[in-house]
Design a protein around this ligand. Structure first.
Ligand code: SF4
Length: 351
């Protein structure tokens, strides 16, 4: 652009970045009129999680997911629970250089059938995400975006044509909340959800974190559920999760369990088939058959206790349950090969 600025159109912020400056997300920088991604191959958080923690309840249940995130974020949520990395610049966090193919080898070595881009917003390190996806697909490993859904039309297919699953945070259902509390806009996130539904084969679920007084109004929850039903259909799983005071919202109390129970009741009454409660001990985490009510997957917190599905269907009434139910097996020779490739290089990570 004029004056040596560069235009980043990866997310709807459309940052115009001056020479030696970074965009809002901190990790995309203008150096000499070129746009560089400082997040590439530089994860600042690495962990092996249950897939239920993402949360995904209809995608490879009971498996472990190799999870990574970098510094920075394109939203400014006052309630961020990973603000130590999301609000940091890349030189303020401890990161490890790991090329895409080594991420895949680490996942295989740790018997994880999938890799999640999570903890901070993966859209802002899309080039690394896409390269990991390519390497993962060759190795039969699935990939997951855990995302705020704040991505442009121009970048959407570059990313989502390569991933297998997503959990999209729909943080509220009012523009006022999005503007004041996340410093972004609601409509872009709704657009992403519709593109996912209409234009991809990505399996996706939705999370709505309920914050007392800010987005817990029952009319708002009803509108959110109605919108999902009308635009995405009844089979997209919806997770209501509890807020814990953090970052800039330390004066608001935790979400009472009754609020989540009520939200779940509203969404089920609206016609959604799979509605879950998360981040509370008494939360409803089991999957029920919407046809006959049979418990299909029994969970305790993030643990899967029992899977009763038969070939992806209810064993009582035979109703097909939407999801991706079968993880590819990681054979011992593949693990040996991954170990040989990695040598001892990342042993200090203590995964
Ligand atoms: S990805 Fe980062 S630099 Fe690019 S538009 Fe979004 S916030 Fe700005």
């Amino acid at each position: 652009m004029s004056g040596g600025r560069v235009h980043c159109y990866l997310c709807p912020r459309h940052c115009h970045i001056g020479e030696s400056q970074s965009g809002f997300c901190f990790i995309r920088v203008n150096q000499g009129g070129k746009l560089y991604s400082l997040g590439y191959a530089s994860p600042a958080a690495l962990q092996i999680d249950p897939i239920e923690k993402k949360p995904l309840n209809h995608f490879l249940p009971g498996t472990r997911v190799f999870s990574l995130g970098t510094a920075g974020c394109n939203m400014g949520c006052f309630f961020c629970q990973n603000w130590d990395i999301s609000k940091s610049k890349s030189d303020q966090v401890h990161s490890t250089h790991i090329p895409p193919e080594d991420i895949v080898a680490l996942a295989i070595r740790n018997s994880c059938p999938s890799i999640a881009f999570t903890y901070n917003e993966p859209t802002i390190w899309a080039e690394y995400v896409i390269d990991i996806c390519h390497a993962a697909r060759e190795a039969g490993i699935r990939t997951v975006m855990v995302t705020n859904g704040y991505v442009t039309r121009e970048a959407f297919h570059d990313i989502y044509d390569n991933v297998d699953a997503a959990n999209v945070d729909l943080k509220a259902f009012t523009e006022g909340f999005y503007g004041r509390v996340t410093l972004t806009h609601l409509q872009s996130v709704l657009d992403t959800l519709m593109w996912l539904k209409q234009e991809t084969n990505v399996w996706f679920e939705i999370t709505n974190l309920i914050i007392p007084t800010l987005n817990d109004d029952s009319n708002e929850i009803r509108h959110l559920a109605d919108w999902i039903l009308e635009h995405l259909g009844p089979d997209v799983p919806l997770h209501f999760t509890a807020f814990h005071p953090d970052f800039k919202l330390r004066d608001i109390p935790k979400t009472p369990p009754e609020t989540l129970h009520e939200a779940r009741r509203i969404a089920l009454d609206a016609g959604l088939h799979y509605v879950y409660e998360g981040n509370i001990l008494s939360g409803v985490a089991d999957t029920f058959c919407p046809g006959c009510g049979q418990v299909l997957i029994r969970r305790s917190w993030h643990d899967v206790l029992q899977i009763a599905l038969r070939d992806g269907a209810c064993p009582s009434c035979g109703l097909k349950i939407p999801g991706r139910w079968n993880a590819s097996r990681i054979d011992p020779p593949a693990i040996v090969k991954a170990e040989e490739k990695l040598g001892g290089e990342y042993d200090a990570l203590n995964l």
